[in-house]
Design a protein around this ligand. Structure first.
Ligand code: SAM
Length: 229
């Protein structure tokens, strides 16, 4: 019994050390890219969230040992958990405040959702694959992320009942920024989204107080395509 407790404590310590190493690797990659979209390193808040959230809880058991490698991993149904570097970059680009209401399109297994939960007030997340949406909800509930609402459906349509959102993140690539998401973004808000087919770009759309929007291309990326119902 005592040795089982000791082994659990050692594993938790190793996981924490692995997360620390993971954020340091992300910072090194952002720095060597010379500041992608103005992000040259993780901010203290995003760094703390990425150190806190147990990514190994969001990957299938067979990928447990690779949970803190800086790579996407399969989560089933042909989908992936995003690369930590991309999660860190997209989260930085959202510029979240603790009071924000955020929409995520593409819950996957819930990892990015958990990061958003640590940084914002309310998180709404939509997943189109029912098995993944159900798994993500179970993961998030088990780990106590109580400010998250999950839904199974087509995130292209957003979640109008909870609009306007201060920030919207999309983690699958459509070939244009969905107009319903622009409509559901509040003034001063941001959408961070990969756009394109084979040749995708990470885009930040900023909505101004007068309702007009500006888009900025940040970097080439590779995401799974946004599925339409
Ligand atoms: N946010 C996830 C994470 O933390 O790793 C990323 C998961 S994966 C890169 C993108 C997810 O978007 C997949 O689970 C996929 O099923 C989902 N997806 C694709 N099209 C969608 C749509 N129209 N609405 C909602 N989810 C969608």
């Amino acid at each position: 019994m005592a040795s089982a407790v000791l082994a659990t404590a050692c594993t938790a310590q190793q996981d924490a050390a692995d997360r620390q190493r993971m954020v340091e690797q992300i910072d090194a990659m952002l720095a060597s890219a010379g500041g992608t979209g103005g992000v040259a390193r993780l901010s203290p808040r995003v760094r703390a969230a990425m150190i806190e959230v147990p990514r190994h809880e969001f990957v299938p058991p067979e990928y447990r040992s690779a949970a803190y490698s800086n790579s996407p991993l399969p989560i089933g149904r042909g989908q992936t958990i995003s690369q930590p570097l991309i999660v860190g970059l997209m989260t930085e680009l959202l510029q979240l405040a603790k009071t924000d209401k955020v929409l995520e399109v593409g819950t996957g297994s819930g990892y990015q959702t958990a990061i958003l939960s640590a940084l914002a007030d309310e998180v709404y997340t939509i997943e189109i694959v029912p098995e993944l949406g159900t798994m993500a909800r179970a993961n998030l509930e088990r780990l106590g992320y109580i400010n998250v609402s999950t839904k199974i459906g087509d995130g292209y349509q957003g979640w109008p009942e909870h609009a306007p959102f201060d920030a919207i993140i999309v983690t699958a690539a459509p070939n244009h920024v969905p107009p319903p998401l622009i409509a559901q973004l509040g003034p001063g808000g941001r959408i961070v989204i990969p756009v394109g087919g084979f040749d995708q770009k990470l885009v930040v759309l900023a909505k101004h107080a007068d309702g007009t929007a500006t888009t900025t291309i940040v970097a080439p990326v590779r995401f799974v395509p946004l599925i339409r119902e």
